[in-house]
Design a binder for this molecule. Structure first.
Ligand code: DGJ
Length: 745
C-alpha cells in the first residue's frame, strides 16, 4: 500500500495490491478524479484519463477555452454554479446570499494510520502500518473556508474510507447547507444499482435496477437510518454476480438522515453522492469553527458481490466494531419479549430463565416493561427505575437470581424516548424535540428527547449508569421505537435549527461512548423497532443489532440475505421464536427456525417451558451445535449461494479461514412433488481438500473434494425429487438442512 504524489503533474496515486485511486489538481485548482478501479502500474502522468472535449453548449471556466467545463470533468468534491450543473458535494450559503464556492488546491499531507473523527464513529487502525491517509487541502478564496478531503487506503482489501472537514478561516459566519462524505464521478453508467430497502419487519430487501440518465436515490428523513432504506448501495456491472465481475459498494458510517444518490449525466458519466441528507440540514460556521462529515467507505472488487461483502465484513468486524466483544463469540440468549410481552412477573421471568439455563442458554434478557409505570406502551419511558410491584428486589435482585441460575443477565432500555405519562416528562416537558406553537406528534405514544442538549444526555446517562453500577448487567438492548417529527431544539437559535438532526445523532453517539467507556464489558445490541437503525455507525458502539422485528424463519431468509451484503454475520441479531409466528402467523418446523438463526448471533425469543419435551430436547441439541460451530458462523467467511429473491431455494455457507471447515444452510420455502434432482455449487472451499459431509448431523458416505463440490456441486435432492434421504425424513414446506463439511487431514 502506498500513496504517491507527483509534484510536476500534481497527481495523487493511492494503491494497494487490489486497487488504484488516482486524482489530479485540475487547471482551475479543483481536485479532479482520474481513476478508481483495479490496481494499475504507477506512471508520472495519468493525464490521458482526463477526458476533456469541446461540447456544444458547454459553459467554460476560462474565457475562450471551450474544453474546460466542469460539467464534463470528473471531480472529487463537485460544486454547483461555476459550470457544473450536477448535484454538488458541498454548498455554502454566505452572508450576501451567494451559494457559490470555488475550492482551490493548497497542499497535502500523507500520514500513516488513520486519524479519529471527533465525536463520530469511523473505521480505525490498530497499527499504523495497516493504512495510510492522504489529506488534501483546498481553500475558497472568497469565504476563506478551507476544505480538507481525507482518503484512507488500507493495506488489505479494495477499501477507500473518505470524509471531508470544513473550517471557516474567513471573517464572516456562513451556513453549510450540504456537506457530503463522498462524491465519486465514474466515467460511464454501465451499472446496475442495488439498494436494500423495505419497511418495518421487511428490512433490507434487495432491489436492483439499471442505472439510467437522471437521478436514482435512497435516503432517510426520519432522524434514524430507517427501515425504509439502508445507508448502503452497490453499483455492479450487469454481468457481475456473486463470484465474478466489477462491483462498487458504498457505505455510510452514520445513523441519522442520509442520502445515497447516483446521477447519470448527459454523456453517461455517473456521480455518486453519499452523506448527511441535505434536506433540512444546515450548519452555522462562525469564523474558526469546523465541521466534520461522517465517514463513507467504498469497497471495489473485480471478484463479484461475494468478495465485496466479505471485504466489508472483515473491515466492519475487525476495524469498525470495537471493544471486549469484538472478537468474542456472542452469548446464546433468551429474550422474554415474544414470550411475555408486558405480561410478566418476576416469578415467570425466573422460570423462563431456569428452563433456558437447562437447555444451555447463556444469557437471559429482560425486555421492555420493567420500569416506572410501564405496563403497556403508553407510560413509563424515561423513568429508568425498576417497578417494585413487578421486581421487589429491583434490577439488582433479579440480576442476582438470574446469575444464581448460572446465566448472565441482560436488560432493555429505550434511552432516547419519553412517554407523556412519565415522571421525566412531568418534570421536564421542555426536554422533548418540539416546535414552538406546533402540535407535537406522537409515535407509539412517545416523544423523542432532545439529545442535542447536553443536560438531557447527562441525565439519561446518570439514570442508566446508576442501574449498571448497582446490578450485574452483562448486556444491553438499546431500542428506539419512533421517527423524529417537529424536529426543533428549544435551546438553539433560529439559525441553528438545521443542525438539530445531526446534533441529535451526535448526542446518541456520545451516550453510547460514555456507557462503552464506563462499562467496557457490557455487550450492546442496537435495535430500532427491529432493524430501523441497522447501520455501520452503531456497529462502532454495539457490535450486534436486532435485525428485524419479524422473527419468522422464512421472512428472515430475505432480511438476513439482504443484510449480509454489507454487514458481518456476527452483527446480525437472529432468534428462534414460536410457531405459529407472531408476525406472519406461519407454522415452521423448529429445525428451520434454528437453521436460519445460526447464521447470526443466535438465541431464543420464546418461553422454552411451553415447548414439548421432545422440542426441548431438540433445543438442547441446537444449542450444543451452535456452541460447537459458533466461531465459524460468526467469524468465518460468508458466501451467498442461492438467493431468496430469485426463487424457492435459499442457500448460504460459512467457511473457516483455513478452509478446513464449512457449514452450509439450505432452505426450501415450498415443497413440491416429482421434482428434478438438485445440486448446489459451493464456494470458498479448498480445491484440493477432501471433505467429509454431515447432513443434519448424519454422515454421508465417502469423501468429496473441494473442486468437485465447487464445480460439479453438492447433491441436495430430497424426497420431493423421489430420493429417500438418508435420514429418512420426508421433505416438507419450510424445510431446511444444515451440511457440515470437514476436511480430512
Ligand atoms: C421493539 C423491538 O424491536 C422489540 O424486540 C421489543 O424490544 C420491543 N420494541 C419492546 O417494546
Amino acid at each position: 500500500m502506498s500513496i504517491l504524489f507527483n509534484e510536476g503533474t500534481k497527481t495523487f496515486h493511492l494503491y494497494n495490491k487490489e486497487i488504484s485511486y488516482i486524482m489530479t489538481v485540475l487547471p482551475n485548482g479543483h481536485l479532479g478524479q482520474l481513476y478508481f478501479g483495479g490496481r494499475i502500474h504507477h506512471k508520472e502522468d495519468f493525464s490521458c484519463f482526463l477526458e476533456m472535449s469541446c461540447r456544444p453548449m458547454a459553459s467554460c471556466v476560462f474565457d475562450e477555452d471551450r474544453f474546460f467545463s466542469l460539467e464534463h470533468i470528473r471531480q472529487e468534491y463537485g460544486v454547483y454554479g461555476t459550470t457544473d450543473f450536477r448535484h454538488p458535494a458541498v454548498e455554502i450559503l454566505q452572508g450576501n446570499g451567494s451559494r457559490i464556492s470555488d475550492f482551490v488546491y493548497q497542499g497535502y499531507e500523507i500520514t500513516d494510520g488513520k486519524p479519529k473523527l471527533s465525536g463520530l464513529p469511523a473505521t480505525y487502525t490498530e497499527d499504523e502500518k495497516e493504512a495510510q491517509t492522504l489529506t488534501v487541502s483546498l481553500k475558497d478564496p472568497v469565504t476563506g473556508i478551507v476544505l480538507e478531503l481525507l482518503y484512507t487506503i488500507f493495506a488489505e482489501g479494495g477499501i477507500i474510507a473518505r470524509s471531508a472537514r470544513l473550517t471557516n478561516q474567513g471573517t464572516d459566519s456562513v451556513q453549510l447547507t450540504r456537506a457530503m462524505s463522498l462524491c465519486l464521478d465514474l466515467p460511464d453508467c454501465d451499472y446496475e444499482w442495488m439498494q436494500f430497502s423495505g419497511a418495518w419487519a421487511r428490512e433490507r430487501h434487495l432491489k436492483v435496477r439499471r442505472l439510467e440518465q437522471g437521478i436514482q436515490a435512497v435516503d432517510s428523513l426520519r432522524g434514524h437510518s430507517s427501515h425504509d432504506h439502508n445507508p448502503f448501495i452497490v453499483l455492479k456491472r450487469p454481468t457481475a454476480d456473486e463470484e465474478q465481475g466489477e462491483v462498487l459498494g458504498f457505505s455510510l458510517v452514520y445513523s441519522g438522515n442520509f442520502l445515497a444518490q447516483a446521477q447519470v449525466g448527459t454523456h453517461d458519466m455517473t456521480r455518486v453522492l453519499l452523506g448527511i441528507n441535505p434536506m433540512g440540514f444546515s450548519w452555522k460556521m462562525e469564523p474558526g469553527e469546523c465541521f466534520q462529515t461522517p465517514e463513507a467507505v467504498t469497497v471495489y472488487s473485480r471478484k463479484g458481490l461475494g468478495d465485496m461483502s466479505r471485504t466489508f465484513h472483515r473491515l466492519y468486524r475487525k476495524r469498525l466494531a470495537r471493544g471486549y466483544w469484538r472478537d468474542r463469540e456472542r452469548p446464546i440468549l433468551n429474550n422474554n419479549w415474544e414470550a411475555t410481552y408486558f405480561d410478566f412477573t418476576e416469578e415467570r421471568l425466573v422460570s423462563i430463565a431456569g428452563k433456558a439455563k437447562e437447555c444451555g442458554v447463556e444469557l437471559f434478557v429482560l425486555d421492555d416493561g420493567w420500569f416506572g409505570a410501564r405496563r403497556n406502551d403508553h407510560a413509563g419511558l424515561g423513568d429508568w427505575t425498576a417497578n417494585p410491584e413487578l421486581l421487589p428486589g429491583g434490577i439488582t435482585g433479579l440480576a442476582e437470581k438470574i446469575e444464581a441460575l448460572g446465566l448472565k443477565f441482560g436488560l432493555w432500555f429505550e434511552p432516547e424516548m419519553v412517554n407523556r405519562d412519565s415522571d421525566l416528562y412531568r418534570t421536564h416537558p421542555d426536554w422533548i424535540l418540539q416546535t414552538p406553537d406546533r402540535h407535537s406528534s406522537q409515535g407509539r405514544s412517545q416523544y423523542v428527547l432532545d439529545f442535542s442538549r447536553r443536560e438531557v444526555v447527562d441525565c439519561i446517562y446518570e439514570r442508566m449508569a446508576k442501574i449498571l453500577r448497582e446490578a450485574k448487567v452483562s448486556y444491553i438492548k438499546w431500542d428506539m421505537n419512533r421517527s423524529i417529527t417537529e424536529c426543533y431544539s428549544g435551546v438553539l437559535p433560529a439559525d441553528r435549527q438545521g443542525e438539530v438532526f445531526h446534533r441529535y445523532i451526535l448526542g446518541v453517539y456520545d451516550l453510547y461512548e460514555r456507557l462503552n467507556s464506563e462499562f467496557p464489558d457490557i455487550l450492546f445490541e442496537s435495535c430500532a423497532s427491529g432493524g430501523g437503525r441497522f447501520d455501520p455507525g452503531l456497529l462502532y458502539y454495539a457490535p450486534q443489532g436486532w435485525a428485524s422485528d419479524d422473527s419468522d424463519a422464512v421472512e428472515r431468509l430475505k432480511i438476513q440475505y439482504g443484510t449480509s451484503f454489507c454487514y458481518p454475520i456476527s452483527s446480525i441479531g437472529s432468534h428462534v421464536s414460536v410457531s405459529p409466528n407472531h408476525q406472519v402467523f406461519r407454522m415452521t418446523p423448529l429445525h428451520t427456525r434454528a437453521n436460519v438463526a445460526y447464521f447470526g448471533t443466535f438465541g431464543y425469543e420464546l418461553d422454552l417451558n411451553r415447548l414439548t419435551e421432545e422440542e426441548q430436547q431438540e433445543v438442547k441439541e441446537q444449542i450444543l451445535f451452535m456452541k460447537q460451530y459458533r466461531r465459524l458462523f460468526q467469524f468465518g467467511d460468508f458466501y451467498r449461494l442461492s438467493s431468496p429473491f430469485d426463487g424457492n431455494i435459499t442457500a448460504w455457507m460459512v467457511v473457516s479461514e483455513d478452509k478446513k471447515e464449512a457449514v452450509l444452510g439450505w432452505y426450501k420455502v415450498l415443497n413440491g412433488v416429482n421434482l428434478p434432482h438438485t445440486r448446489l455449487r459451493l464456494q470458498g472451499l479448498g480445491q484440493d481438500l477432501a471433505y467429509r459431509i454431515c447432513v443434519d448431523q448424519e454422515e454421508r458416505e465417502g469423501v468429496y473434494y473441494g473442486d468437485e463440490l465447487m464445480n460439479a456441486g453438492l447433491v441436495t435432492s430430497d424426497s420431493a425429487s423421489g430420493e429417500v434421504s438418508r435420514s429418512q425424513k420426508a421433505s416438507c414446506d419450510f424445510d431446511s438442512r444444515i451440511f457440515v463439511l470437514r476436511a480430512e487431514d
